[in-house]
Design a binder for this molecule. Structure first.
Ligand code: G
Ligand code: G
Ligand code: MN
Ligand code: NA
Length: 251
């Protein structure tokens, strides 16, 4: 109850902000984009994880205006970056179920002048739980705008191959749970990552291995053929200003 009110206040009074975690090409080791991650520094409780407050926002309807704010802010920030750098934005299943989402996306793109192909929407497979005509048409409408679509947290839910068949994803994000410990626990995680990579390649999709923390994990993931890597080994999420500094220092 109270946290909901505080969250409403944070949204209205500049209390939320985004940080950006680098996504790196496995082949060139250059940054190809950043994932926008929502942060809330509560005035009394300190930093509260989105894993805590996003579910509250989803239950109370606040995810609508918060999601709009995230899209607009991420597009506005990314428009200042080099024009081959993308931004990825997490989209809640509640937002995805809202027929107004494509209009919100188009409005964020128009306001920022960001090219649609520089925006990637990360969607989890829970959007398929109420799989219906609305789901199919939402995918078609978003693709019609020209944005990219990524399937987030792949491997943690039902991971039905039927989803991959019918939904026009550009990328599969392999969940951290497969990456972490792939070196120590070895073969099973590696075998799964390898299988996901070959499936994705056959379907013309990129793969991002998430959560690589060590050089050993990095080496293994590159060997397994993931096209992209995101993890602390390449960098923690950065403030928008820090991303800008890097842009100017790397030309
Ligand atoms: O950034 P962190 O790893 O703490 O994120 C925890 C969870 O919160 C992840 O599942 C992530 O996808 C989710 N999350 C982070 N930012 C956003 C956001 O802007 N919107 C939504 N819907 N989820 C987010
Ligand atoms: O659910 P989603 O994949 O959107 O969540 C991304 C979350 O993963 C973010 O909260 C981010 O902070 C976290 N993350 C990214 N890279 C790493 C990593 O290398 N190690 C750990 N422990 N978390 C990571
Ligand atoms: Mn994500
Ligand atoms: Na993920």
């Amino acid at each position: 109850r109270k946290l909901e009110e505080d969250l409403r206040h944070a949204l209205a009074c500049d209390g939320l902000h985004l940080v950006y975690q680098p996504v790196v090409s496995s082949r060139t080791e250059r940054i190809t984009g950043y994932e926008a991650l929502l942060r809330w520094n509560h005035p009394v409780r300190g930093a509260i994880s989105p894993a805590i407050f996003v579910p509250i926002a989803e239950d109370t309807g606040l995810i609508g205006p918060i999601g709009d704010w995230v899209l607009r802010t991420a597009c506005r920030d990314a428009a200042l970056w080099a024009d081959d750098i993308r931004v990825a934005v997490n989209v809640s299943p509640i937002q995805f179920a809202n027929p107004g989402l494509p209009a919100t996306v188009m409005s964020a793109l128009a306001a920022s002048q960001l090219a649609p192909e520089r925006l990637e929407l990360e969607i989890t497979e829970s959007v398929f739980l109420n799989d219906d005509d609305g789901t199919d048409s939402m995918f078609a409408r978003l693709k019609g705008i020209g944005v990219r679509l990524a399937l987030d947290d792949f491997g943690t839910g039902y991971s039905s191959l039927g989803y991959l068949k019918k939904a026009p994803f550009d990328k599969i994000k392999i969940d951290q749970s497969f990456v972490r410990g792939a070196v120590i626990n070895g073969s099973r995680n590696s075998a799964i990552i390898k299988a996901i990579v070959s499936l994705a390649e056959a379907l013309g999709m990129d793969t991002t291995a998430e959560g690589a923390e060590t050089q050993d994990e990095l080496a293994l993931i590159r060997q397994l053929g993931c096209s992209h890597i995101q993890g602390y080994v390449y960098g923690r999420p950065l403030e928008a200003g820090e991303v800008m500094q890097r842009q100017s220092s790397h030309g």
